[in-house]
Write a protein that binds this ligand. Structure first.
Ligand code: GDG
Length: 510
């Protein structure tokens, strides 16, 4: 049996199983931005965010075409006449096709319907969703723009289309109706709520019908699949077979399956060992003068689902209840500004600023500032360096599809040490059982988890980290992609899939 999926195994797998087919990936966010620097040069960078971090290694392994919204100021300057640009620069491994949207379309489809409607609806994170008719119209319009781009690129070639996320709930039906030969799959990176919650979505029938244009629909967890099947069963005319997790509608079968997403463990391990990371560790030591103090960290987009205020409140309680840690623990929080034009995001940013200031005022001394907040994006090597310096990493999401930061912390710890404090309401908590699991809504529980992380005997900490690393190493991003593509290709050519264990041969050929 295949033990560990790797980039090379996935590569071979794709070559043998998808032979004759193109792969087109569709996402809202592009994996690379091109921006002008102040001196007029064009700079290429990777935006923060879970979906692009997860998908990029897969695209590097498969080649193919990635269609996404071109949103940065120099994006147009670098594409050819087909809006294509080869990625990454200097060492092209796949093609990016950029789709252009107007300000109004971005407002309605992305900020409005996707992020003020579907995001809070699906996270059930006590921020009420807003639904505007004109946002829904823009959402439909933008889904059609992407459909046109896919149909043009696929032409009459045999093609798999792999759609990412909640920005494209209508795209699958648009594609399957326009070209029945396409094989369409989608991965929904956020949770799916229970049917009672979903009932508030004003255009639920159209959205569900859109999603049932997929041949395969993936969620992180079985629980999300069950919520989806239940929502369909009660919300729209369709035949649901929960025993095999399938739905039939309009003559089409949609398979609904869990695929817990992950990260490129080997890449993290390799970068973590690099001299670049050692240098960045020194930079962090200058930014956060530890002088023998312990270090806790958090790395998140500034998003209200991530529970950042809750973890800071827990630090306040911790310093109150554990005076022995005053002047002995520092906490570094990276909060990458995100969706800042939306009021709920500005509000959480303001709350985080205020809480950090109040904890620092309450407990800080002349030579100790308990919390340092960095509100900007850092490079991957910089984040890995911070992971390596930490005694513990905190993930307090109130609700999170998976949470990749937890896995990135584990993969960065090539020293096999460090403790992970992890919210039970993340998908990651189902796999990372050796973390210190918490209910982030309980400030006391979170505060005592900090203490547990700091005081855990080193043998136990190392034993737990060892098991966490085994878990992330085995269930890595290539395993995720391999399992997804196996399910997809099995639909289409069962004969090529007669024996998935043959992957062993792929591995042996390496
Ligand atoms: C969605 C779902 C699911 C953060 N700061 C920087 C930076 N990041 C990167 C992290 C990580 C990613 O952003 C965040 O991933 P998460 O999984 O935590 O969260 P979402 O963005 O909400 O992602 C989530 C994910 O999709 C995948 O399916 O896990 O549940 O909500 O990779 O490292 N990256 C860089 N600089 C930063 O400062 N370069």
């Amino acid at each position: 049996m295949l033990k560990v999926w790797t980039n090379a195994v996935l590569h071979k797998f794709i070559q043998s199983r998808l032979e004759g087919y193109r792969l087109i990936v569709v996402s809202n966010r592009e994996p690379y931005h091109h921006r002008y620097t102040p001196d007029g040069r064009v700079e290429c960078s990777r935006p923060a965010g879970g979906m692009a971090s997860a998908l990029e290694p897969v695209m590097r392994a498969c080649g193919g075409l990635w269609i996404a919204h071109g949103s940065a100021d120099a994006d147009r300057a670098v594409v050819d006449s087909h809006d294509h640009v080869e990625i990454p620069e200097g060492n092209p491994q796949f093609t990016l096709r950029r789709v252009w949207l107007t300000k109004e379309q971005v407002q309605g489809y992305y900020l409005g319907l996707s992020n003020q409607g579907l995001w809070p609806l699906c996270h059930v994170a006590f921020t009420r969703p807003y639904f505007e008719r004109r946002d829904w119209d823009q959402y439909r319009e933008v889904n059609q723009i992407f459909a046109n781009a896919v149909l043009e690129e696929a032409a009459d070639q045999p093609t798999f289309v792999f759609i990412q996320d909640y920005h494209f709930g209508l795209l699958p039906r648009m594609l399957s109706e326009a070209n029945a030969n396409l094989i369409v799959a989608q991965f929904w990176h956020i949770p799916w709520p229970n049917r009672e919650v979903f009932r508030s979505f004003p255009w639920k029938e159209e959205l569900l019908d859109g999603l049932l244009g997929n041949d395969l629909l993936g969620f992180h967890l079985r629980h999300h699949c069950q919520n989806f099947l239940d929502t369909v069963d009660r919300g729209i005319e369709a035949l649901v077979d929960p025993s095999v997790s399938e739905v039939f509608r309009k003559g089409k079968r949609t398979l609904v399956r869990p695929f817990p997403i992950s990260i490129d463990f080997d890449a993290y391990t390799a970068i973590s060992q690099s001299a670049e990371v050692e240098n960045h560790m020194n930079c962090w030591r200058r930014r956060i003068p530890l002088n023998g103090k312990r270090l806790g960290i958090g790395i998140d987009r500034l998003d209200y689902t991530k529970g950042i205020p809750d973890r800071i409140r827990a630090l306040d309680v911790f310093f109150e209840e554990c005076p022995e840690y005053r002047e002995r623990l520092m906490f570094a929080q990276i909060g990458v500004p995100s969706r800042s034009s939306l009021p709920a995001y500005r509000e959480v940013e303001r709350e985080v600023d205020q809480l950090v200031e109040s904890v620092n005022c309450r407990w800080g001394t002349d030579h100790w500032r308990p919390i340092t907040l960095f509100k900007r994006q850092f490079s991957r090597a910089e984040m890995i360096a911070l992971h390596r310096l930490a005694d513990f990493c905190v993930v307090t999401s109130l609700h999170d599809g998976m949470n990749l930061v937890a896995k990135e912390f584990v993969a960065s710890r090539i020293d096999g040490d460090g403790a992970l404090v992890l919210s039970r309401f993340t998908g990651a908590a189902r796999e990372l059982r050796d973390a210190i699991l918490i209910n982030p809504f309980s400030i006391e529980e979170t505060a005592s988890a900090y203490k547990q992380a700091l005081e855990m005997p080193s043998e136990e900490r190392i034993r737990r980290m060892h098991r966490l690393r085994e878990e992330v190493e085995t269930n890595n991003i290539y395993a995720w992609a391999g399992r997804f593509l196996t399910a997809l290709t099995r639909l289409e050519f069962p004969d090529r899939m007669e024996n998935v264990e043959n992957l062993e041969n792929l591995e042996a050929e390496e």
